[in-house]
Design a protein around this ligand. Structure first.
Ligand code: FES
Ligand SMILES: [Fe+2]
Length: 450
């Protein structure tokens, strides 16, 4: 059964243990940080350049020579498989006159040749040749002078490639924290998960509105009413934890929570709150269980039934979930990795949202959505889908794998509009929204470091 946020038992699996609560103030979060070019500049100088940033999936770099670009703020990084056991990153810029070496995207290369004057680099970024190099450069042949594209730090965890512009930053494992690493490893992402959806959507808001939107479930009643009959969104039911700069909420899925009372149930056409709901029935079907008459009258007792069914389904499909606790088979284990990654994790798939700032405009952002699905050993992986780029309102919303994501992104424009109003000073946050407060506090700490 679900662990309560307030109960700490020595028998509780490590992944469910309550973390210490950070000290947090209660001030408004000033709205200027969602609007100001000066804050945007400071974020670039003091935060983006010093933290580990998710660049892309390792499965896109399976062969030596495979590469992809990672665009962040004004920078573009080339991430390259340079050897069978090695992935490296470098600035995506030619050392001759500064042309961007590769357009946004990915592909395969034996070497990187700049299209402008044809300087050619090896996969490590070392200049191999420059036309007229030996005869027309008074400073000596550039290829013989050790010209090399500056490297960017690059490390991999769980099949996710991260980069860091700061040569002096702590290692990725230290940045992510031992807790987060131990929580994520048993999912076997590196071995068994593949991308099967890859989108970028331009949202008309600051990137922190993207982060904030997924750091609380207080908005469930407001914009996701159809989730009320199949999940618990209450602060008491959904514990929040903090790990280093990062945070997590356990969003309880499968059966309705305490907000689902007789009155709400009748409002949706049910006899009372005990009747099996459409949402729960959907989950029963997904686990190969049809609605059974003996469950009528006790919908809220179905959680252990669903967990047992989930484990049995995994066994039938040859999927190893032995490293996962019961809660991980049903609930959304929802992590935020500072500064800009949201993870919605279940045993069979996970969603990765990446909130990127616009290169120039603090009131625009790029919202990236990658869905990863589990492919059992020996099974053919789904084809890697091409990356799709959308703009809010262009009709892509209908293709989301869950309506809640369209509902979330639909808020972005109105949130940013509100920030511009003289009638609004800043965010007035509830305790259950403290992951937002913590995120802003960690960001403040970064911005305070010269
Ligand atoms: S700018 Fe790249 S070769 Fe001249
Ligand atoms: Fe939402």
């Amino acid at each position: 059964m679900a662990a309560s946020a307030d109960v700490v038992s020595p028998a509780l699996p490590a992944i469910l243990k309550k973390s210490p609560e950070p000290a947090l103030d209660t001030q408004l979060i000033p709205k200027e940080r969602y609007l100001s070019p000066e804050v945007m500049r400071l974020e670039w100088e003091r935060m983006w350049g010093r933290v580990w940033l998710y660049a892309g999936p390792l499965t896109d770099l399976s062969e030596v020579g495979d590469y992809f670009t990672f665009e962040i703020g004004p920078e573009s990084v080339l991430v390259v498989r340079t050897a069978p056991g090695q992935v490296r990153a470098m600035y995506n810029v030619c050392q001759h006159r500064g042309r961007r070496l590769r357009p946004e995207g990915g592909g395969f290369a034996n070497s990187f040749r700049c299209p402008y004057h044809l300087w050619r680099y090896d996969l490590d970024g070392r200049l191999i040749s420059a036309p007229d190099g030996a005869t027309d450069f008074p400073q000596g042949d550039p290829a013989a002078c050790g010209v090399r594209i500056p490297q960017v730090r690059c490390e991999v965890f769980a099949g996710l490639v991260f980069v860091n512009f700061d040569a002096g930053a702590p290692a990725l494992w230290e940045y992510l924290t031992r807790d987060v690493i131990e929580h994520l490893e048993p999912y076997r992402w590196a071995a068994e998960f593949r991308v099967n959806l890859d989108w970028t959507v331009e949202w008309p808001c600051n990137w922190k509105i993207g982060v904030d939107s997924f750091n609380e479930i207080y908005h469930l009643q407001g914009i996701h009413p159809e989730l009320m009959d199949m999940s618990d969104d209450t602060p008491a039911g959904c514990p929040i934890d903090f790990y280093g700069r990062h945070s997590r909420i356990l969003y309880r899925v499968g059966v309705p929570g305490p907000r689902w009372d007789d009155e709400m149930a009748r409002g949706r056409g049910y006899r009372d709150a005990n009747q099996i709901t459409a949402g729960t029935r959907m989950i029963l079907k997904a686990y190969g269980l049809e609605e059974k008459p003996q469950w009528e009258g006790r919908v809220k007792d179905l959680r252990p039934v669903l967990i047992k069914a989930a484990r049995e389904r995994a066994a039938r499909n040859g999927i190893d979930v032995s490293g996962l606790v019961d809660d991980q088979l049903l609930d959304d284990f929802h992590y935020f990795l500072f500064p800009n990654i949201t993870l919605n994790i279940s045993a069979h798939h996970f969603w990765l949202f990446r909130h990127r700032p616009h290169p120039r405009d603090p009131e625009q952002m790029l919202w990236d959505f990658q869905q990863f699905v589990r492919v059992r050993p020996g099974q053919d992986a789904p084809p890697r889908p091409p990356h799709q780029h959308y703009v809010l309102g262009d009709g892509h919303e209908a293709n989301y794998p869950h309506i809640a994501l369209a509902q979330d992104e639909a808020q972005s424009a109105d949130l940013q509009r509100g920030m511009r109003s003289a009638g609004f000073k800043g965010l007035y946050l509830a305790h259950q929204e403290r992951r937002i407060r913590y995120f802003h506090q960690v960001l403040n700490d970064c911005l305070a470091q010269p």
